[in-house]
Design a protein around this ligand. Structure first.
Ligand SMILES: [Zn+2]
Length: 331
């Protein structure tokens, strides 16, 4: 048996090694011939899997692992990336109880870190970044409706001039480019009107959200139009939209979907396109019921043909709501 074979055959399950190390001092491991970094790492892992924790059930399940020590080290590298102890234990438990190759486990570890990591909300305030030779940067972080309003007051044609005017000129900025619309569903309106507005979150077409109570305080009309959405029928036609009432139809469309209707897309309605659910080229009409907010990109990839075999799916109106139909859900 050469040294390589001896090493591979001698590799005992990592958990057995940790169990034997638990309770020992670093000096004892050094005397046994361990390097100082190895000794520290083994004792650290032993403390995790055998020491006190609030998550004893997950710890006990993870101890049944037959993985090699190198695999437990890999798992710990990913567990350490999670800020919550509970998430770290969910990751350890799942990976320790899976009987897969180290490479497969590492792939799953990467997925788990993505799933379990909670993005820390950025702290609110105004930050200045000073650079020796490059331009400086002022960053404003705050409630979405405030920042959306500040941003709307800036003239996109000459943003720096208009910011300077707002800060020092004493006057208000230029008027927002598009009127922001506030969306309330009929059943939510009941709550706002009856004073239970804190239970309701309304979304504005500039992409920001505020509670119904805040909205009532700010007075509905300050925010522009109010459009009613029926929970089953979709937009309620308040404006008797005729063939040519396209601006109002657009308002109703963005009221229904304040952001791109494609799942996961945050593109705000104010700069999105009016998408025909039944394609214009296939006889679809320009009516609120046939319109959906869609960013230019998703309008481009939306499949006009409901039977297309190779596609990214399409938007449809089902039971009053605009939903994304995946390509594999063809009738
Ligand atoms: Zn989109």
């Amino acid at each position: 048996m050469d040294a390589l074979e001896a090493y591979i055959v001698a590799a005992a399950p990592g958990m057995d090694i940790l169990a034997a190390a638990w309770g020992k001092q670093e000096g004892e491991l050094l005397e046994m011939g361990a390097s100082d970094t190895d000794a520290r790492e083994i004792l650290g892992l032993a403390h995790i899997y055998f020491g006190p924790t609030a998550y004893t059930a997950m710890q006990a399940a993870a101890r049944g692992s037959r993985h090699l020590l190198s695999t437990l080290r890999m798992i710990e590298r990913y567990a350490q990336r999670l800020s919550s102890r509970r998430s770290a234990w969910l990751l350890r438990k799942e990976l320790c109880t899976r009987g897969e190759s180290a490479a497969q486990l590492e792939r799953r570890a990467r997925e788990l870190v993505r799933e379990l990591a909670v993005p820390r909300p950025p702290s609110q305030g105004v930050r200045l970044t000073r650079r020796a030779r490059a331009p400086w940067t002022l960053t404003i972080t705050g409630p979405s409706d405030l920042v959306a309003q500040l941003s709307a007051a800036i003239d996109p044609q000459s943003p720096l001039d208009s910011v300077q005017k707002i800060f020092f000129g004493g006057g208000a900025g230029s008027a927002p480019a598009a009127a922001t619309n506030v969306i309330i569903e009929l059943d939510q309106l009941d709550k706002v009107v009856s004073g239970r507005g804190d239970e309701v979150t309304v979304t504005m077409t500039n992409g920001a959200t505020i509670t119904g109570a805040e909205l009532a305080r700010k007075r509905l009309l300050e925010h522009g139009y109010v459009t009613l959405i029926h929970p089953l029928e979709g937009p309620v036609n308040l404006y008797r939209a005729s063939r040519h009432a396209s601006r109002k139809q657009r308002l109703m469309m963005s009221a229904e979907n304040p952001r791109c209707a494609w799942p996961g897309c945050n593109h705000p309605a104010d700069s999105a396109q009016a998408h025909h659910l039944k394609a214009w080229s296939r006889g679809g009409e320009t009516n609120p019921g046939n319109l959906a907010t869609c960013c230019a990109y998703h309008n481009g990839v939306n499949s006009d043909d409901p039977l297309a075999l190779t596609s990214r799916g399409r938007l449809e109106r089902i039971a009053g709501k605009v939903v994304w139909i995946p390509p594999w859900a063809r009738p």
